[in-house]
Design a protein. Structure first.
Lengths: 225, 251
């Protein structure tokens, strides 16, 4: 069973990398969103530095949302999802494998790009560590919770927008704890809050690791009766 | 009809699954519900608008609370009804639970909206602003988004059974997430806002205010039940029409 799981992860990752419009697109979107922020707010470096962690997280969230429809849509359209459903691997594991490879090809590149984009927003260099750590801990939750939205809307044509609407409320805890752990939002007023945020972010991620695949599988079954 | 006492619990549940029986039962219940709701709301409005005293700090604006607090309760109650019905629909494939969950959503959303609007109207004179990013306001707003997402999912998937299953999954995931979201918002709020919003909650609510509030809450709850019955009946009729239409086009 683990072999099937690994095979599926490898297949999805390879597909995401080789087929156009995958990981690179999300990073590019991330870059454009971050670079239009100063255009909207003004080039005040001090202001930019203070909003940088929050803006980076919001932009990361949006980029992750943008790629959600890739999660199940293509497999649904060409019928391989039906095959996966009838296969020996439980659907929960299929959903988990797909979410994991989504994280590998979307979450991880975004996290790698985040410090570079932090430079654009004049983020303090000593905040880079906490920010990257928080994003590493938080981004799996984005993929696994996002999987639920993608699975719910798999049978709807152009379901990407609806999936985003459904998923954004679930992303709110990730955003709040993520920004807290990254050192944004006046955390300095409360000593030790960053560490607590990081722990809570980890908890949210772990919960989503369980909740995501189970709910995605239920949603897929509902859609593919 | 066999005596209800002879049946097991699950059989009794199944007995109510028959939409025809539900229609007959709700047909008898509905007028009674409507009348009691009207009486309770009239009594509650009279008590809260004329009998209860004005607050010595908040003045007459305190009367908004008699609408606001029951609305906020029902906003959460509506979600509980929706999630509970979704669980029953998903586990037992109970056909009425599906309909109940779908019918509860717009009512709950309306009460959430009402709570937000009345809160905003109250906040203008009391806090000096229409909106503050207070923890409760924010989590109510997110609850409103959850309702809207649920309704949007129902609206986009055409086939009722498939839409029902998907929406039930969403409602259940939401019900697990609501406490997490609420807690995270409270946490966020304590980080961002150092007690700029003063809360006027006295040691306890005076009984002269508790009485109208209780009547209003009861009236609102019955109002919810009445609306739910009406909407469920409408939904059953809608599905019958749909089946008839499909049958006609096939002919």
């Amino acid at each position: 069973m683990m072999r099937a799981f690994h095979m599926l992860v490898a297949r999805d990752t390879r597909l995401a990398i080789r087929v156009g419009g995958g990981a690179g697109m999300a990073v590019f979107f991330f870059l454009t969103v971050v670079s239009i922020v100063p255009l909207g707010i003004g080039p005040n470096l001090k202001l930019l530095a203070s909003i940088a962690p929050g803006m980076l997280w919001v932009a990361l969230l949006l980029s992750a949302l943008l790629t959600l429809d890739r999660l199940f849509q293509a497999d649904y359209e060409d019928g391989s999802l039906d095959l996966l459903m009838t296969g020996a691997l439980p659907l929960e594991f299929v959903a988990a494998a797909k979410a994991f490879s989504h994280w590998l090809t979307t979450g991880l590149p975004l996290v790698v790009a985040a410090p570079l984009l932090g430079l654009l927003l004049n983020l303090d260099t000593e905040d880079f560590g906490p920010l990257v750590l928080a994003m590493l801990v938080g981004t799996p939750a984005l993929s696994f919770l996002g999987g639920i939205g993608a699975a719910l809307t798999v049978s709807i044509r152009r379901g990407g927008l609806l999936a985003s609407l459904l998923v954004i409320p679930f992303y709110i805890p990730v955003l709040i704890f993520g920004v807290g752990a990254a050192g944004g939002g006046g955390v300095s007023a409360v000593p030790g809050a960053g560490g607590q945020s990081l722990l809570l972010l980890g908890a949210v991620s772990l919960v989503s690791l369980v909740l995501g695949p189970v709910a995605s599988a239920a949603a897929l079954r509902a859609n593919l009766r | 009809m066999t005596a209800m006492s002879d049946l097991t619990a699950s059989q009794r549940l199944q007995a109510f699954a028959n939409p025809a029986r539900f229609m007959a039962l709700s047909d008898r219940l509905l007028p009674a519900c409507a009348v009691v709701t009207c009486l309770l709301l009239a009594a509650g409005l009279y008590l809260s608008l004329f009998v209860s005293p004005a607050d010595y700090q908040q003045g007459e604006t305190v009367r908004i609370m008699y609408i606001h607090v029951p609305s906020a309760w029902l906003a959460m109650f509506g979600y509980m009804v929706m999630a509970g019905a979704s669980a029953v629909a998903l586990v037992f494939r109970h056909p009425l639970a599906d309909i109940a969950a779908k019918s509860a959503a717009p009512i709950g959303a309306a009460f959430t909206f009402l709570a937000l609007v009345t809160g905003s109207l109250w906040g203008r004179p009391m806090w000096g602003t229409w909106w503050v990013w207070d923890a409760r306001l924010t989590s109510m707003l997110i609850l409103f988004f959850l309702y809207l997402g649920y309704m949007a999912l129902w609206a986009t998937i055409e086939e009722p059974v498939r839409a029902g299953r998907a929406a039930a999954v969403l409602a259940l995931v939401g019900s697990i997430n609501v406490p997490i979201i609420h807690y995270s918002v409270v946490w966020w709020n304590t980080l961002h806002q150092p007690a700029s919003v003063f809360r006027i909650d006295g040691p306890a609510i005076a009984s002269s205010m508790l009485m109208p509030l209780g009547v209003m809450a009861l009236g609102f709850t019955l109002f919810f039940v009445t609306l739910l019955l009406v909407r469920m009946r409408a939904e059953i009729f809608r599905r019958r029409v749909r089946v008839l239409r499909l049958a006609r086009t096939e002919r």
